[in-house]
Design a binder for this molecule. Structure first.
Ligand code: KDG
Length: 309
């Protein structure tokens, strides 16, 4: 069974010390980008995942391809573009402790050149599910059209809203996301994005709107340190939260989505899938980098057992 994701892989330059970037002297590189992160988690649960993307003809593009391949993601359809691979910096624990802030250097990047012609028709038609996020809808018109094209062809679809205020206005985000929500198998959303898209931030009220207006099947409502709630088949299942030391929270949402989708598609119950997905998301925040601490299933079990003692 294969999942396909469309989006921009990036190189992340993560501050090795907390505080304002103007006084940070050292950065370490990681490969990231929401949909690549999602793929890593899907693959870690045991499914195949192909990434549709463009990277630059440069060292960072090579880093993306090699890292994706090393983690088991199918990068054979990733195209090389003359523009540079996008990068972003992460400032940690400032001005809000336990939070990170991103600074993008990605305008006109290779990833933003993703276009409908990159949508491999047979790959997408043959996939069990096609996934993308609000980030890909935001980065360029051609990338948004690529998502729309892939969603026309895909048998089933999944979206993580991931509205990044530095990339576009709430009005544009609302309009673009509302065009791709119809009939989704999975929707991942948080209260801030739900307010932008359907005008409600209360989980029950927002989910009612996503159901009534867009016939979304499964909604995973992400509430950060308060855990999550999965709405499916007329019930709401609570996802746990675990208290850990936060190094960098970025990437947690992608691990939650990829792990959850991977396990549900392999027939695990929603209760089990959200527990494991929450474990994966929690471990991700304990280190720098979005995917290095995505646990395999045994490691996730060990983490969950340690929390039950
Ligand atoms: O979800 C994590 C991503 O936000 C991060 O890897 C960078 O893809 C990214 C983005 O566009 O913000």
């Amino acid at each position: 069974m294969r999942v396909v994701a469309l989006g921009e892989p990036l190189v992340q330059l993560n501050a090795t010390s907390p505080g304002p970037l103007r006084y940070v002297h050292m950065f370490e590189t990681h490969v990231a980008g929401s949909e690549l992160n999602f793929c890593v988690s899907v693959v870690t649960t045991g499914l195949q995942c192909s990434l549709l993307a463009r990277v630059g003809e440069d060292e960072f593009g090579k880093a993306v391809i090699e890292y994706g391949r090393a983690r088991g993601v199918d990068v054979s359809a990733v195209k090389v573009d003359p523009s540079p691979t996008g990068v972003y910096f992460i400032q940690r624990h400032f001005p809000v402790p336990d939070r990170s802030e991103v600074f993008y250097y990605r305008k006109d990047s290779a990833g933003s050149k993703l276009s409908p012609e990159d949508v491999d028709e047979s790959l997408v038609k043959g996939a069990r599910l096609v996934h993308s996020t609000g980030i890909t809808l935001a980065i360029s018109d051609s990338a948004r059209q690529a998502v729309e094209r892939a969603f026309q062809l895909a048998p089933r679809r999944s979206v993580d809203t991931n509205i990044r205020p530095k990339l576009w206005s709430p009005e544009r985000a609302r309009e673009a996301l509302r065009r791709v929500l119809h009939g989704l198998e999975f929707l991942f959303v948080d209260p801030v994005d739900a307010r932008i898209i359907v005008g409600e931030e209360d989980p029950d009220a927002a989910v009612r709107r996503f159901r009534e207006e867009f016939s979304v099947e499964t909604v995973v409502f992400k509430m950060g340190e308060r855990g999550s709630r999965v709405y499916v088949d007329g019930k709401a299942v609570a996802g746990p939260s675990f208290k850990v030391r936060v190094e960098d929270p970025i990437g947690a949402g992608d691990a939650l989505a990829g792990y959850f989708v991977g396990l549900v598609l392999q027939g695990r119950s929603v209760e089990e899938a959200i527990r494991y997905a929450s474990a994966a998301a929690t471990l991700v925040v304990t280190v720098r980098g979005d995917t290095e601490a995505v646990p395999d299933l045994k490691e996730a079990s060990r983490f969950l057992n340690s929390q039950e003692l």
